[in-house]
Ligand binder design. Structure first.
Ligand code: GLP
Length: 241
């Protein structure tokens, strides 16, 4: 794992945006694996800003998102569909029909998982997969104990994950209890992975990722089994290493 320690969130976000742009400039038909949560927001802002300066063309790019809450409509304010539209897709020239996010409102969740894994295999795998990390080491919504060979599946969200994400909802009770997520095996299919972590809140997880064993109880440790992973951390998230 290639580790880059940046001074702060701003620098980390700029570098993450540059890695996305380099990928797209080198290969305009790139498939980007995209993540939600607070951490990638800065990177998306820089991608949008530089797109507006006119240098990068996303019209041939496809994107595959990691996960979506079960039960939220695509237009729900906290759905990852709306998040991606508002934070990125509406501001660059990526084609809407080339952006993929699991459907959390489907009548058959099992079928949706199979369909989505099919998309990863047909459209993807991502040339570059962006990832955040949960405080408990989750990637996507793969909670501790998830098999490293898992494909897209339904998860029951841990209480701690629901609590961590409650800040985006009006109340804790509104946070969905389940999600559809690419599995760890699906994520490991990506050609290159860029994991972002920022802030003191992530310091324990980063220490465990870099110093702990490869263990299904800590999902992000699966990344040690991948050949091309870059970890971008800021000083705050790296302080315990
Ligand atoms: C959510 C997402 C993850 C994300 C994690 C951390 O649970 N499903 O993809 O990495 O939260 O989020 P944040 O970046 O807001 O700390």
């Amino acid at each position: 794992m290639n580790v880059k320690v940046l001074e702060n969130y701003e620098e980390l976000s700029q570098l993450a945006a540059s890695l996305i742009e380099q990928q797209v400039q080198e290969y305009p038909q790139s498939v980007l694996g995209l993540a939600t949560g607070g951490t990638p927001l800065g990177a998306y802002k820089h991608v949008i800003r530089r797109y507006k300066q006119g240098n990068i063309d996303y019209s041939n790019v496809s994107s595959i998102n990691l996960d979506e809450y079960v039960g939220l409509d695509k237009t729900h304010s906290q759905s990852y569909h709306l998040f991606m539209k508002e934070q990125l897709f509406d501001h660059i020239n990526i084609r809407e029909d080339q952006t993929y996010i699991p459907d959390g409102k489907t009548s058959s969740l099992y079928q949706e998982c199979k369909r989505y894994e099919g998309i990863i295999d047909e459209i993807g795998p991502p040339d570059l997969q962006l990832l955040g990390i949960g405080e408990n080491g989750h990637i996507g919504f793969n909670e501790p104990g998830t098999s490293f060979t898992s494909l897209t599946h339904i998860v029951n969200l841990e209480l701690s994950t629901r609590q961590a994400n409650a800040r985006f909802f009006n109340s804790f009770d509104e946070v969905p209890k389940q999600a559809i997520t690419m599995g760890i095996g699906s994520i490991l299919k990506s050609k290159q992975i860029v994991l972002l972590a920022s802030g003191e809140r992530k310091a324990e997880a980063i220490k465990r990722l870099l110093e702990g064993p490869v263990d299904e109880q800590f999902p992000a440790s699966a990344l040690h089994d991948h050949k091309n992973v870059t970890l971008l951390v800021d000083q705050a998230s790296y302080q315990l290493v």
